[in-house]
Design a protein around this ligand. Structure first.
Ligand code: ZN
Length: 288
């Protein structure tokens, strides 16, 4: 049984992730009294991405297990250049922070590289942000994300136990960061000194630059503070979506989103047109 969960860690986590997302989604519906039709339609199309992610995570999870076992057996990677590499604080604590930094680099790369942005923009075209947004990931991005994880394993020397610990913490933080709930001002400021909060991640989902290119952090907000990408924006000024895809009906259907990276307009996603597009170009919420 234990062997089954180790060998299927990627797909097991995807299923647990989906259950957690569903529970939070229901809490948002009940506590925030969000309109049922709008919330259900978005959740239906977003949740189909779980089905496209499962086979990819199943295969890539096995490769992660093989790679992590290899680097551990051969003492390969950054971990083994550090003093006290066998100390659990170094092996798990320091390396957890290293992996979080590498995830910050990954997220920057998805925004700054046009070929990657074509896939990542699908996540950003959601016209509202709630728990279901956290599973809205194009299968092309799922493949790219796993390719980066393979590189990070070889670079860092992360063990499989660390990867599972890291993936679990990251999944919990990512789901909360996409939650429609917001923290009150004081706790948001205090927690945001170190961690990414929903309040900070909502800014990342603002429809226009420069806000789309800020708050890249996954678990820790320290990388954004260090590299000058930390930004705050009040809830009343935050408008979700992407200015290049506002009022685009393909953002509301699963097949439309699958085709999106291959449409011509995706290549214009990071052009100067985004910088100078008037802010009056707002999404038509009635179409959600
Ligand atoms: Zn992003």
């Amino acid at each position: 049984m234990e062997e089954f969960f180790v060998e299927n860690a990627g797909s097991t986590q995807t299923v647990l992730f989906a259950i957690f997302v569903s529970m939070l989604w229901l809490m948002e519906k009940l506590i925030l009294a969000q309109p049922w039709r709008m919330k259900f339609c978005r959740a239906f199309h977003n949740s189909l991405f779980v089905l496209s992610a499962l086979p990819i995570e199943l295969c890539c999870g096995l490769l992660c297990l093989a790679l992590a076992s290899w680097v551990t057996a051969h003492h390969w990677g950054l971990l083994y250049l550090l003093p006290y590499a066998d100390n659990p604080w170094v092996k798990y604590g320091v390396m957890f922070v290293v992996l979080d930094f590498l995830d910050y680099v990954y997220h920057q790369a998805m925004h700054q590289t046009p070929g990657f942005w074509r896939f990542h923009l699908v996540h950003h075209t959601d016209l509202a942000v709630d728990a279901s947004t956290s599973v809205r990931e194009h299968p092309g991005e799922t493949l790219l994300r796993n390719a980066f994880i393979f590189a990070w394993i070889l670079l860092s020397g992360a063990s499989f136990e660390l990867l599972v610990l890291r993936q679990t913490a990251q999944s919990v933080c990512t789901i909360f960061a996409h939650s429609a709930f917001r923290l009150p001002a004081v706790p948001a400021r205090v927690i945001g000194w170190v961690f990414i909060t929903p309040n900070l991640h909502h800014v990342h989902h603002h429809f226009a630059l420069p806000y789309t290119n800020c708050n890249y952090g996954d678990v820790f907000s320290i990388w954004d503070r260090l590299f000058g990408t930390f930004v705050t924006l009040p809830a009343e000024d935050t408008l979700f979506g992407l200015d290049t895809h506002l009022n685009d009906e393909s953002t509301g259907t699963f097949l439309g989103m699958i085709a999106m990276p291959f449409a011509g307009r995706a290549s214009a996603g990071k052009g100067f047109s985004r910088l100078f597009r008037p802010k009056t170009n707002k999404p038509d919420l009635a179409k959600i």
